[in-house]
Ligand binder design. Structure first.
Ligand SMILES: NC(=O)c1ccc[n+]([C@@H]2O[C@H](COP(=O)([O-])OP(=O)(O)OC[C@H]3O[C@@H](n4cnc5c(N)ncnc54)[C@H](OP(=O)(O)O)[C@@H]3O)[C@@H](O)[C@H]2O)c1
Length: 324
């Protein structure tokens, strides 16, 4: 099969090499998938940069990528939910990678069926970004997607990114007022996804995270980097909570110091714990027309390095897709 891989840390897009290699073999609890689409996440190039060493990758050469949508061609002996011919979306084991290849294996437990009539690209964006948004909204903030529950004022930063654009839509299914930050070019898109108020992060009020209506936030889903705790703090209600999906040592240290002042405000680092049932929940929401993927751009596998460069650039609107 055709695949894209790299042999060492660093190198950026030029470090990606196009190779021909044997197909992977599914183990007992895995499915083999012929890919139709994959999506790129910042996680992928952070692994290549060595930012997550020594955990990721497990070994070189490494085929990057975790998010896949395609058709099952073979199943391991213990697989019960899927059979060859099923259309699925899945999260590949992030330690091993494998999404930038014509075939990839994934555990049955982190795969979900998807409708065959809708484009694979719409679903390929869901695994990492959608699951992170879902975990932040429902688990970290306790927002109920059926609209019940106490009303919350929520701020979502970088609402135009992969995680942020899903988070806006999911939070709005709950009983929330959503304020979102993004660049000027995406203000209308983020409003169309349901945000009640949208602020341009390059304006003084945007940089200060001030809601135009003056509302303070019960919760923040923080999807970018470089905003200090001192910017969040004056905008939070007394028990306001910041869920940080890219926690840094500096932000955790600042918060630990703040804790010493007996502040009731909370800083909550989030690490994704992927579950098949959550992926199924996202697929169902797409099927019901309650969640959609904004697609920044699509590339064939032969241009995977361009997709890679686009993600590193940090200015994608929604998801970057590789099609097969
Ligand atoms: N904890 C976890 O398990 C987990 C899971 C998923 C992702 N993450 C991390 O979460 C972060 C976001 O991921 P992603 O996939 O959403 O990234 P992404 O799609 O690459 O985000 C790009 C978007 O961020 C916007 N942006 C950049 N700086 C901004 C700022 N200061 N204010 C408002 N918007 C800003 C950009 O808008 P402009 O183009 O207008 O600048 C662009 O639309 C990454 O660091 C990723 O590694 C963590």
């Amino acid at each position: 099969m055709r695949a894209v891989q790299y042999n060492s840390y660093g190198g950026g897009p030029a470090g990606l090499k196009h190779v021909e290699i044997p197909l992977p073999t599914p183990s007992k609890d895995e499915i083999l998938v012929k890919l139709e689409a994959a999506s790129i996440n910042p996680f992928d190039w952070k692994v290549q940069k060595g930012m997550l060493r020594p955990l990721f990758p497990r070994k070189f050469p490494h085929i990057p990528g975790t998010d896949i949508a395609g058709e099952v061609t073979e199943v391991g002996q213990g697989v019960q939910k899927f059979k060859p011919g099923d259309k699925i979306v899945a999260l590949v084991n992030p330690f091993n990678g494998g999404a930038l290849a014509e075939y990839a294996v994934a555990k049955e437990s982190v795969a979900a069926s998807r409708p065959s009539e809708t484009s694979a690209s719409e679903y390929a964006g869901l695994p990492v970004a959608g699951l992170t948004a879902l975990q932040a909204v429902t688990k970290s903030l306790g927002i109920k997607l059926d609209g019940s529950g106490e009303r919350k004022n929520v701020l979502i930063t970088a609402a135009s990114g992969g995680v942020g654009h899903y988070a806006v839509q999911l939070a709005k299914l709950g009983n929330t007022h959503v304020t979102a930050t993004c660049g000027a070019r995406n203000l209308e898109l983020i409003k169309s996804l349901g945000a009640d108020e949208v602020i341009d992060y390059k304006t003084p009020d945007g940089a200060a995270l001030k809601s135009p209506s003056g509302k303070k936030y019960d919760a923040v889903i923080h999807c970018t980097v470089g905003i200090p705790w001192s910017t969040f703090e004056p905008n939070l209600t007394m028990r306001g909570k910041v869920v940080d999906i890219t926690p840094s040592t500096a932000s955790m240290l600042t918060f630990a110091l703040k804790k010493l002042t007996f502040s009731k405000k909370q800083y909550v680092p989030l690490v994704l714990f992927p579950k098949g049932e959550d992926l199924k929940c996202l697929v169902d929401l797409v099927k019901e027309g309650k969640l959609r993927t904004a697609i920044d751009s699509k590339y064939p596998l032969t241009k995977a390095e361009d997709a890679w460069a686009k993600s590193i650039d940090g200015h994608a609107t929604g998801k970057i897709i590789v099609e097969f």
